[in-house]
Design a protein around this ligand. Structure first.
Ligand code: GA4
Length: 324
């Protein structure tokens, strides 16, 4: 990490107002077929849940994590050869193109090609291979969850959501975030990654055993998510909120920096093909129910997302104004 400039640290605003959450984070056992109703409820209530018995091999997770730790321990000048995030590559503190910053460094990759620069030599081959294997495994899990959700919602066909991730043209992203210990924390909660919702359909997150992730409840309170390196955490994204006509909630979340320990997280963002029209699924609409959103393609949504700031309500632009 390079030393931060003053304006940058000023933007790492304080994250206050974090409450205890008595309900707890919904925990779903994917090996139990009767979890469909629980999955639907979790997507409706919070847009966030934790899964166990996920089928992603523990060895694969461990190996990828140790390659990622090795990558982030390289000198900055070497990491920067993975290219500026435009939008893919290595990034340090700057998030997205519109001035957002956080106490984080990261690798952002498209899931279609992983261009690790040749400077990493053979290590790059191993890293690339592990990333590919990991993405296949978490994508499989994401598709299983989306199919269980479709069944839970009684949507036909059951691959109505998952086919978008399975499509060869699926515009999905993989991100590895490293949150180094932040010396400025000193009892305050400084922002590692600012609050936002994910634009895609579904996000699959795992981290080492260092906490920092917080999610926002409907009433605006923030709650800390206890870390669990053996489980995965799933977020509903904006596109799934639209496809369910607002029934599922795209959860606002953020990461606060830690004063003494490094947090490492890896997130797969499952997105549709660029040309896909995002609109409420006809089979989900009841009676005369109107769509809450104007129709858009994923390309249009992404284009407007990249003009926004992290914390913006990106779906606002596409909401229909209710007739009075
Ligand atoms: C948030 C979710 C994913 O991390 C991401 C982010 C993307 C980026 O870092 O380039 C964005 C952000 C995310 C939404 C608004 C825009 C784009 C930064 C930003 C300010 C990779 C994504 O798809 O959208």
């Amino acid at each position: 990490m390079v030393l931060h400039s003053k304006p940058a640290i000023e933007q790492l605003s304080k994250a206050n107002n974090c409450a205890a959450f008595l309900g707890g984070i919904p925990l779903i056992d994917l090996s139990k077929p009767d979890s469909k109703a629980q999955l639907v409820r979790a997507c409706e209530d919070l847009g966030f849940f934790k899964v166990i018995n996920h089928g992603v091999p523990a060895d694969l997770i461990r190996e990828l994590e140790s390659e990622a730790v090795r990558f982030f321990s390289l000198p900055l000048s070497v990491k920067e050869q993975a290219g500026p995030p435009d939008p893919f590559g290595y990034g340090d503190k700057k998030i997205g193109p519109n001035g957002d910053v956080g106490w984080v460094e990261y690798l952002l990759l498209t899931t279609n090609t992983h261009n690790f620069p040749s400077i990493f030599g053979e290590a790059a081959d191993k890293f690339r291979w592990l990333v590919n294997e990991y993405i296949s495994a978490v994508k499989k899990m994401a598709c299983e969850i989306l199919e269980m959700l479709a069944e839970g919602l009684r949507i036909q066909p059951r691959d109505a959501f998952s086919k978008l991730l399975m499509d060869e043209q699926s515009d999905s992203v993989f991100r590895v975030n490293h949150y180094p210990p932040c010396p400025d924390v000193q009892g305050r909660n400084l922002i590692g990654f600012g609050e936002h919702t994910d634009p895609q359909i579904i996000s699959v997150l795992r981290s080492n055993n260092i906490s920092g992730l917080q999610i926002s409840l409907k009433d605006g309170r923030w709650i800390s998510v206890p870390s669990d390196h053996n489980s995965f955490f799933i977020n509903v994204g904006d596109s799934l909120q639209v496809m369910t006509n607002g029934r599922f909630k795209s959860v606002r979340h953020r990461v606060v920096a830690n004063g003494s320990k490094s947090r490492l997280s890896m997130i797969y963002f499952g997105g549709p093909p660029l040309s896909e029209k995002i609109a409420p699924l006809a089979s989900l609409m009841q009676g005369e129910e109107d769509s809450l959103y104007k129709e858009f393609t994923w390309f249009e949504y992404k284009k407007s997302a990249y003009k926004s700031k992290l914390a913006d309500n990106r779906l606002g632009l596409f909401e229909k104004i209710a007739a009075s």
